[in-house]
Design a protein around this ligand. Structure first.
Ligand code: GUN
Ligand code: FE
Length: 424
């Protein structure tokens, strides 16, 4: 049985009361056993966290680890041109080895910036290699092979028929879903309505119910994409997904920049989980998602960096800050305050993946998924009474993450990656 005692930390718990306490955390195996002052356990490992701030590990709900090696390819293109000219040919060029390293590199960056859970969409081929990287790295993940059984502009190597796409997805699910006591889960990943036949989406609906796993897709990201869907199906993305029966609490929808009132209503009523990707939405000129109104309707909204071509290094600090500041010019200074985006980045993400009783906050009995920050490099007068959450959202950077623990394992300590380095 492994055990860790973390001493003297400022702990941002994100429990129901959002308590911020100073004290110790005792972990055995994968779980938090006790939080309190002056705990006296004989632990295998003791971490002195004096003057350190501990937060729940971030949960990113939309990432493409297969795109990490395509960094710098966002160029000055909008979504559909970018996919056709850059991303799809690049994804087609992946082999098993590049898929593994793309995933491992991305995971290293996630861990270095305090992300402990990720919802990942792979490409058509070599998803098994990405799962291997996820397994070896120790990160908590929901991942799946992308499904795209439609489209004449897709490179030959990415083309697949409906039956193959489904069979390969189910094979991967049977191999990886539940791995390492549930640290890895499968998520069906139809790319977006534009790339998927109705037969495929209907089968995914049934399989997701049968296996009780998430469906992870893109929707209503870009005006041209929405027009393609309307032209073909006579309705908007979310309405179409509802029509097919996919609109339910297991559905994670990335982007949702342009939603009409009916789509918003469906999202709220069906408990759909929206993954907001502000950095990507800006870089691909997709738009600014109306997150405040989604939150007002009590819809579930969490955060994701999308791929490295859109965010560079998959850094949640960047996404949190952007999520907050892009709303301010239109909706005023408090429409998306620091606390709201910090909730989205932690417990909100945990709800999106259905693991709110396991992760997303620091509480007794929960999994030990945490990041230890050293915020002492800030050039602020020490006696200033600073709200720590505001300080993290508006001023912290990935360089302030000193150590990361996932499932009770120290995967980065003093900025040295323990598991990923072996894989790179
Ligand atoms: N829509 C369909 N595929 C993609 C993708 O790879 N990235 C983004 N941002 N949007 C998409
Ligand atoms: Fe994406």
């Amino acid at each position: 049985m492994s055990s860790i005692l973390i001493k003297n930390a400022e702990i941002i718990t994100m429990n129901q009361n959002e308590d911020i306490v100073t004290g110790d955390i005792y972990i055995t195996d994968d779980r938090i056993i006790e939080i309190g002052q002056n705990l006296s356990y004989h632990a295998e490992k003791v971490i002195d966290a004096t003057n350190r701030t501990i937060i729940p590990g971030f949960v990113q709900t939309h990432i493409h680890l297969c795109q990490t090696l395509f960094r710098g390819q966002a160029d000055d293109l909008e979504l559909m041109d970018w996919l056709k000219q850059k991303i799809w040919p690049l994804e087609a060029s992946h082999d098993e080895e590049s898929s593994y390293y793309s995933a491992m590199l991305g995971i290293g960056e996630l861990i270095q910036s305090g992300t402990t859970t990720v919802v990942d969409m792979e490409t058509v081929n070599h998803t098994d290699a990405a799962f291997t990287a996820i397994a070896e790295s120790g990160i908590r993940a929901l991942s799946g092979k992308v499904m795209m059984d439609k489209g004449s502009e897709v490179p030959i190597l990415l083309r697949e028929n409906t039956i193959e796409s489904i069979q390969q997805s189910v094979d991967l699910l049977e191999k990886w879903n539940g791995y390492d006591q549930g640290r890895i889960q499968y998520a069906f990943s139809p790319r977006f309505v534009v790339s998927c036949t109705q037969d495929l989406l209907t089968t995914v609906r049934d399989l997701s119910a049968r296996y009780n796993v998430r469906v992870h897709t893109h929707a209503s990201e870009n005006v041209n994409e929405i027009m393609l869907v309307e032209k073909e199906h006579g309705m908007r993305n979310v309405v179409y997904l509802d029509h097919i029966g996919l609109a339910n609490e297991r559905l994670i929808l990335a982007h949702c920049v342009w939603l009409d009132e009916e789509e918003k209503r469906i999202i709220k009523e069906r408990g759909i989980k929206v993954s907001h990707c502000p950095g990507s939405n800006l870089k691909l000129a997709s738009g600014v998602a109306e997150v405040p109104s989604l939150l007002d309707s009590r819809a579930f909204v969490s955060l994701g960096a999308d791929g490295a071509p859109c965010n560079n290094n998959l850094d949640m600090f960047n996404e949190m800050r952007l999520a907050a500041i892009i709303q301010k010019p239109v909706h005023g200074p408090t429409a998306m305050d620091a606390r709201t985006v910090f909730q989205m980045a932690t417990i909100g993400g945990a709800k999106a993946v259905g693991l709110e009783d396991q992760i997303g906050s620091i509480e007794t009995g929960k999994k030990a998924d945490i990041a230890i920050l050293n915020l002492n490099d800030f050039h602020v007068y020490p006696s200033f009474d600073i709200d720590p959450i505001s300080r993290i959202v508006y001023s912290a950077t990935r360089a302030d993450v000193e150590s990361t623990i996932i499932n009770g394992k120290v995967v980065m300590e003093n900025r040295k990656l323990n598991t990923v380095d072996k894989g790179l």
